[in-house]
Design a protein around this ligand. Structure first.
Ligand SMILES: *[C@@H]1O[C@H](CO)[C@@H](O)[C@H](O)[C@H]1NC(C)=O
Ligand SMILES: *[C@@H]1O[C@H](CO)[C@@H](O)[C@H](O)[C@H]1NC(C)=O
Length: 213
């Protein structure tokens, strides 16, 4: 009896070990990675912070080291948030009030691969799209369309949500539009201290916090 069961047991152990190595190989290669951002794109975002709505025209331009958020709050202000890769940000309006505030962040704009190292949370439906979902540093949860790998949605730790409405890869805003107005360079308008934790939080190039003028 012992002599006849031995090959079966050996075969079974061999079967288990190949099965487990197959399963392990499958599961490690199956953990999806977020797609890096294109070097240049234009996106329209709808933002919802606890029912307070904004529409953002986002011009991401890594190639030229700049990022522009043109923020229209519902029936409210049109605010320009221009960020340079050297950490300088200008927040301004282009109306007769001539408001401008400058800020110096310790980091530049978001790197295209800023999602590297994010923790995979699995798949969920959001805004009607089946998405792969990642979390980065308790700061942001990011949803990417499974089929097209385009960003669909993200949520900051504050609860502020972005819904991606358009995503035009390669679109670039003309150079003249990147010029902050002269009143941003007034002597009286001193460069503000580095943005601190009390004003908001920064992850890579993301600043999440109040942006009032
Ligand atoms: C969200 O909005 C509601 C209603 O306006 C308000 O009562 C609540 O305090 C707000 N919550 C936050 C976190 O701002
Ligand atoms: C960063 O670059 C912008 C655009 O060229 C410039 O206006 C700003 O003064 C620079 N900031 C610093 C700290 O060099």
């Amino acid at each position: 009896m012992a002599s006849s069961t031995k090959p079966i047991v050996i075969c079974f152990i061999f079967f288990l070990s190949t099965l487990s190595s197959y399963v392990c190989a499958r599961s490690s290669s199956a953990i999806p990675k977020p797609k890096a951002w294109p070097l240049q794109f234009h996106s329209i975002l709808w933002m919802n912070y606890n029912g307070s709505l904004e529409m953002i025209d986002l011009w991401y331009d890594w190639s030229n080291g700049r990022n522009f958020n043109i923020i229209q709050s519902q029936l409210g202000k049109l605010l320009y948030d221009l960020e340079w890769n050297n950490g300088t940000s200008f927040f301004f309006t282009l109306d007769s009030n001539k408001e401008c505030r400058t800020a110096q962040l310790e980091v530049g704009i978001l790197r295209p691969n800023w999602l590297d190292g994010a923790k995979y949370l699995g798949q969920r439906h959001v805004d009607g799209f089946l998405c792969n979902v990642w979390e980065k540093a308790d700061f942001i949860v990011y949803y990417e369309d499974v089929l097209t790998k385009r960003p669909v949605h993200w949520v900051f730790y504050t609860g502020r949500q972005a819904h991606v409405i358009t995503f035009e890869v390669g679109a670039v805003l003309e150079d003249a539009k990147w010029q902050a107005p002269v009143y941003c360079f007034d002597k009286t308008n001193e460069l503000e201290a580095t943005v601190t934790a009390s004003q908001g939080r920064v992850l890579d190039g993301f600043f999440e916090g109040p942006r009032q003028l």
